[in-house]
Design a protein around this ligand. Sequence first.
Ligand SMILES: *[C@@H]1O[C@H](CO)[C@@H](O)[C@H](O)[C@H]1NC(C)=O
Ligand SMILES: *[C@@H]1O[C@H](CO)[C@@H](O)[C@H](O)[C@H]1NC(C)=O
Ligand SMILES: *[C@@H]1O[C@H](CO)[C@@H](O)[C@H](O)[C@H]1NC(C)=O
Length: 277
Amino acid sequence: MQFLRNVIKWNLILGAFTFIVSYKPVIIMHGILSGADSMNSLQREIESQLVQFGKRLEAGKRIKRLFPNDWKIAPGSNTSLGRSGHSQGGLLARATIQTMPNHNVKVFISLSSPQAGQYGTNFLHLIFPDLASRTVYELFYSKVGQLTSVANYWNDPRKQDLYRRYSVFLPYINNEIQTSNSSIFRTALTRLDKMVLIGGPDDGVITPWQSSHFGFFNGSLDVIPFNEREIFTSDAIGLKTLADHGKLVIVAKPFVHHLSWHRNRNVIREVILPHLI
Ligand SMILES: *[C@@H]1O[C@H](CO)[C@@H](O)[C@H](O)[C@H]1NC(C)=O
Ligand SMILES: *[C@@H]1O[C@H](CO)[C@@H](O)[C@H](O)[C@H]1NC(C)=O
Ligand SMILES: *[C@@H]1O[C@H](CO)[C@@H](O)[C@H](O)[C@H]1NC(C)=O
């Protein structure tokens, strides 16, 4: 798999580099609305500011299944990693970290990613112009519907029973459904030195925008902040543990549209680079 070879090749090069100058390699994961090329400016900015290499990964559109073997990022080595993901890429990157109990990722940056799911017309219409949020559950919460990545993190607050029954992705990585992997998903996240969740009210695509911080709608479509939701209060995936140790950083930045987070130099310098140093 080309994707895997790139990761390994790159990691070996960076392993040596890290040893000498103590910068960490950075893996960047793009979102669903664009390809790896959309991350060029973010990569350039990181390289020019931190004198280190960045790597953009090309993702398949479907994130239905994540096999840790596809992502063996030298788990036995002592190379530490920073990882940053935009939009769907941030969800994919987070899930990947969760499947690696012995990972050596130090910093995970989620750049306007629907960590608690997505439920909104703005986003839906960018990908499926003819579908309506209110009724799309009929399609998404089915075996066939789950073959699209969006359906994997579609979280209809009024159809939670169907969400849990059909979604093959989000309720698992958020430990809303317990399996034999749930404890690994939790401990893997608590290995991080820092988790940075970036989002903002003018994003325009992530709905509710607080999903970028693990906040989400309740059954009457009121947005419940992340620290009042069960995923946090019950420490289901280790967010509370991270917060208690000062390792959870919540960034709410206004006036940034979804497609600007990774392109706007000021945003990159202000909210991303400081966490990679
Ligand atoms: C990682 O570091 C530890 C302690 O410094 C060492 O014992 C171990 O052999 C190293 N592992 C690798 C794969 O280099
Ligand atoms: C646990 O994770 C492994 C590896 O990703 C997977 O093969 C297995 O099906 C998972 N088990 C459950 C119960 O989800
Ligand atoms: C949702 O949250 C609001 C505000 O906390 C509350 O008034 C409402 O009863 C909640 N709705 C449900 C269905 O839990």
